[in-house]
Design a protein around this ligand. Sequence first.
Ligand SMILES: Cc1ncc(COP(=O)(O)O)c(C=O)c1O
Length: 459
Amino acid sequence: MSKPLEPDRAEREELAEAILTYLNDWFDSALTMEASGIDLDPAQFETLAGGPGETGRRLDEILSDLDLAGRAGIYHPSGGHMSYIPNAGMFTAALGEFLAAGLNRYTGVSAAAPGLVAIEHGLIDWMTSLFAMGGDASGLLLSGGSMANLTGIVTARTARLGERFGKGVLYVTRHTHHSAAKAARLAGFRPGQISVVEVDDHLRMDLDRLRRAIDADRDAGREPFLVIASAGSTDTGTIDPLPQLADICEQQGLWMHVDGAYGGFFQLTERGRERLSGIGRADSLALDPHKGLSIPFGVGALLVRDERALVDAHQGRGAYLRDEDSYMGIRDIASLGPELTRPFRGLSVWLPLQLHGIAPFREALDSSMDLAMYAYERLRAIGGIDARWVPDLSVVAFRFDDDELGRAAWNAVNEDRTVHLSPTIIEDRFVLRMAILNRRSTVEHVDRAIDIIEKTLIG
Ligand SMILES: Cc1ncc(COP(=O)(O)O)c(C=O)c1O
């Protein structure tokens, strides 16, 4: 028999309790869980990919399928997850997302839910003030760093080049996250309009080379308009020289976009603020609450120094909407970005910030930096390891004298499953990374991984 689409209160409670119990078990196990799971076989994949039937199924059967589906892959909630960019997730943020979906209010235009839109604008104001971006600053929550980079690039293009951008040139490095070049392509730029500036020995954008590239492009009749700087690269956590890049952009009339998707929220810490000095001079800044604040996947942010630029870049209004794009002085979020209908993303960020306050988020980021330094100090004392890059934030990247041994060490760590690592390639060499951003990561996790690496090198 099909379940009605409008379960009564008793049924709602029963369903919610079963799901809450399932989730509570998951959160309890998160403290000790391994970092990766088991493989599923093809028959299991086939079962999971089966479509819905005409009548519904029992929730316990459905949860059992979900459980099976979730067993495969990398377990982000585990403290042993140190690959890619970690995100532990957070119970209170999950409740915020549940609440937002349950309330199902419309936050694309402010007249539909002015109080809720004000909450999101308040979060953005908190973020812009964190970076001292000034009174005209604005922004919006998007689905993640890729969309924040895309929206930032489109805004820069409109502000600096207008409708004719065929000669525009933007500058990145090999270590700029690939979502920036992808976004540039989506924003209508040809590959030749994306200039890859060489980096220095610390993998930071080389300032002289950038200056020379800008001059050469101008001499050739092109229009340099945008520098994309990293505030914590994914590969190595490296911060580009932000104050100097801001100076160059200012002198040359270029837009400065900073990708702080991974590193931006370290601004909450004292050390982070020192290392990210200059970040607030960005014209636009991508941040990811779903990285630095552990909010469940699906929340990024774009901050822009001048709201006007965002509005100009996102023109377009249906005849069926009100003429004004604000209500009681509260700007429509749809006027600031590409989406019209959108989830009430702010609730999964606002609820935990309100409940916990900022301090525990700061402490978690600080601990990640401490743990990264601990890992770095241990690694650099091991023969056969070349820990040449002192971590700027919380990614520890290191080479091996012998790449093949490095690959063997990586495989050994991942086969153990206590810790999961993902490597990268820098200057054609295998580079292993310990990306530490999960508040559940401990010295024991780090030691376990490094012990295995050391053992592999000793043979
Ligand atoms: C520095 C940086 N920028 C951008 C992105 C893309 O963000 P998202 O995966 O949220 O789209 C990432 C993802 O890891 C990143 O590390």
